[in-house]
Design a protein around this ligand. Sequence first.
Ligand code: ATP
Ligand code: MG
Length: 425
Amino acid sequence: MSIKLEAVRGMRDLLPGQTAQWGSVERIMRNVAAQYGYAELRTPIVEKTALFERSIGEQTDIVEKEMYSFSTHGGDSLTLRPECTASVVRAGIQHGLFRAGGQRLWYCGPMFRHERPQKGRYRQFQQFGVEAFGWPGPDVDAEILQLAARIWSRLGIVGLELQINTLGSESTRTQFRAALVDYLESRKDALDEDSKRRLQRNPLRVLDSKNPAMQSIIAKAPRILDYLDIAAAAHFSELRARLDTAGINYTVNPLLVRGLDYYTSTVFEWITDQLGAQNAVCAGGRYDQLASELGGGQVPAAGFAIGLDRVMELIPSQQRKALTQVTDAYLVWLGEAARIQAPRLTEILRDAGLAVISHCGAGGLKAQMKKADRSGARYALILGDEELEQELVTVKPLRQDGQQQHLTWSQAATLLQSHRLPVLK
Ligand code: ATP
Ligand code: MG
């Protein structure tokens, strides 16, 4: 029987031309997270289905229709993780991490949701996220937004809009929910099926509706910001002040509620107008009750997830080139002695931390130079038999203007190091 050899719908292979950029972007995110004191946590890709049902919420898009769930031979119901916050909280409780005080964590890896595939929306997609546990105040909310802003600037991404809102305290949400239900009940006939269903069990989610027919009703709905108690209002205004101090622009969007049930207090999204309907590149907020709902005691928490598949589309082409050019030099040899001795030079350069491709196989100068150019390396190093004796090499820039130079091997190493792209350092 022949099978059609192709990847599962909505799931992509990333080929060598793409993985260089992905690797560089992930490295930048890891480095920025480390600059803020965040440490990596790796959790399994599969968790018990009940973990996601209880944390994300039964009435959410993810749990209602997007999860890849299956039963094992042993009869357990398991799910490919649709997001990672629930897994991080589960791991934190299981290993007693929260008892040790504040925890700053990050993760990066594939998530799975059964959605309609389109540009910027896949069934396997990659998220990079941070989660901070143990700090109830707006200082840590602002910290993770500063961290995200630094990631955008390191990647050269401009034009993102940060939208923030607050869902207030428990009592805010109780009062607001009652007012919202009253209002929506009074317009019940105009509600779509999704909204009717959510009205009783999770009315805040009605505000998250993307249905154009619902927008005029949503626009006139009560505003949660009018229901904040003193503590919630103070938290939100300190967050705003901290963002101002950090020079981070934002707009307050009182309709932002986020699609997952566990959010409390601060919520936010970074959005773009460059990706059509897939406009959110990073989303998050506080989830102060999640650990206790999962039986892990009271642990205040804040975090976000960045969608890497969307971020990749937003990187300006100039920066994209820089992120892809990870090879410093391509070594071309001329003559038999140089061919045999080439590894002496390439290993010296690699000892100096440089990335060097050594020409393998046969080929004259022209053919080898063509390969050097195609490799994406920033320099060609040309090693001839006579140069070998004096430990000299010809260094020729491939990606920028400049004369070719005749240098000693150590001078060549110094030159290549000084021309390493900052993104690779
Ligand atoms: P959307 O409204 O676009 O469906 P979401 O609210 O479901 O997003 P979150 O659960 O908050 O998304 O996930 C955080 C980020 O992960 C999103 O802002 C987005 O960048 C990315 N993301 C979510 N779902 C997908 C997907 N199916 N394909 C690619 N990226 C995704
Ligand atoms: Mg979604």
